[in-house]
Design a protein around this ligand. Structure first.
Ligand code: F6P
Length: 320
């Protein structure tokens, strides 16, 4: 019997627990012995590795976050700690490792893979930012979008009652995907993201005209990546003459009951990862594009820049 392990790395997403459930159940079905690594690469270094069973994953499918915790490990950037991590994997006879995370996590996985033999690796894209090159979808994005949707729907109630402008900041360290899709699907009046150049004077003309036409409130969705929520709120007060408030959605976007789509995608990603490892893939990332799953090299994923699709950008360019 071969042993297989899974760990979560970087920001948690809703759907990781569904992935853990599928991991345990599908591994056993395939004749593998499943192991959990607690606390990401930190746990790999510290040998927080234990065999997992059905009981460990009972009742977790509906919970956000990750039962086995996650971390951003600085130590893992050092070769000596990676060697310790590898020795730990070998001490448990683990021949396969699945990593759920973003491009930083995959770079760590590649370093481990380059420096060692006897262990095969599979990465599963998991970040609400949806900013990993080579895949159109990262686990957790749909749940995050639905959390944002509910928040904006609620904010609209108070914005319209009070005749205010609301500047709503959506997460995305470097990428405006969440802000763009949320602005489009919640009917926002303004959307500011790093990928689309904007001119506040254009917005000014348009909003002034709307005010004359009777508009009482505005919803602006801005990306965390621009770091300008305060500036935009002041702009509404000064240039448009409307009272404004800022809502930074923050970490609520990372949690909550995973959507059906994320649960299903978790199952698909893990199934693909395990099948790929059993087929002999040594080191790959499972990507979802053009309606199907592809196993791509880490260098084609972690070292390339993610681009929002031209169709979405075109829709986004109609703001302002
Ligand atoms: O996981 C991605 C992300 O949520 C980004 O959107 C955000 O910039 C960052 O993580 C926040 O990181 P932390 O949880 O360390 O505050």
């Amino acid at each position: 019997m071969k042993n297989i392990a899974i760990l979560c790395s970087g920001g948690d997403v809703s759907g990781m627990n569904a992935a853990l459930k599928r991991f345990v159940e599908y591994s056993i079905r395939k004749g593998l012995r499943p192991y959990f690594v607690d606390n990401g690469f930190e746990g790999l270094i510290d040998n927080s590795i234990y065999e997992a069973c059905y009981d460990d994953v009972a009742g977790i499918i509906s919970r956000g976050g990750t039962k086995i915790r996650t971390s951003r490990s600085k130590r893992f950037m050092e070769k000596a700690y990676r060697k310790q991590a590898m020795d730990n994997l070998k001490s448990h006879n683990i021949g396969y490792l699945i990593v759920l995370g973003g491009d930083g996590s995959f770079k760590g996985m590649q370093a481990l893979s380059d420096e060692s033999e006897g262990v095969s690796f599979a990465g599963i894209p998991a970040t609400i930012d949806n900013d990993i090159a080579g895949t159109e979808y990262c686990l957790g994005v749909d749940t995050a979008l639905n959390v944002i949707k509910s928040a904006i729907d609620s904010i609209r109630d108070t914005a319209s009652s009070f005749s205010r402008a609301f500047v709503i900041e959506a997460m995305g360290r470097e990428c405006g995907y969440l802000a763009l899709v949320s602005a489009l699907t919640s009917g926002a009046e303004m959307c500011l993201i790093p990928e689309i150049p904007y001119d506040l004077d254009d917005y000014k003309l348009c909003f002034q005209r709307q005010r004359i036409g009777g508009r009482k409130y505005f919803i602006a969705v801005v990306s965390e990546a621009l770091n300008n929520s305060e500036q935009i709120a002041q702009w509404f007060e000064k240039e448009i003459g409307i009272e404004s408030r800022i809502t930074v959605l923050g970490h609520i976007q990372r949690g909550g009951n995973p959507t059906v789509y994320d649960r299903l995608m978790a199952f698909h990603f893990v199934t693909q990862a395990i099948d790929g490892l059993l087929d002999g893939n040594k080191s790959s990332v499972i990507c979802y594009d053009n309606g199907g799953f592809n196993h791509k090299k880490i260098e084609d994923v972690a070292y390339k820049k993610y681009e929002i699709s031209p169709e979405l950008l075109k829709l986004g360019s109609e703001f302002g």
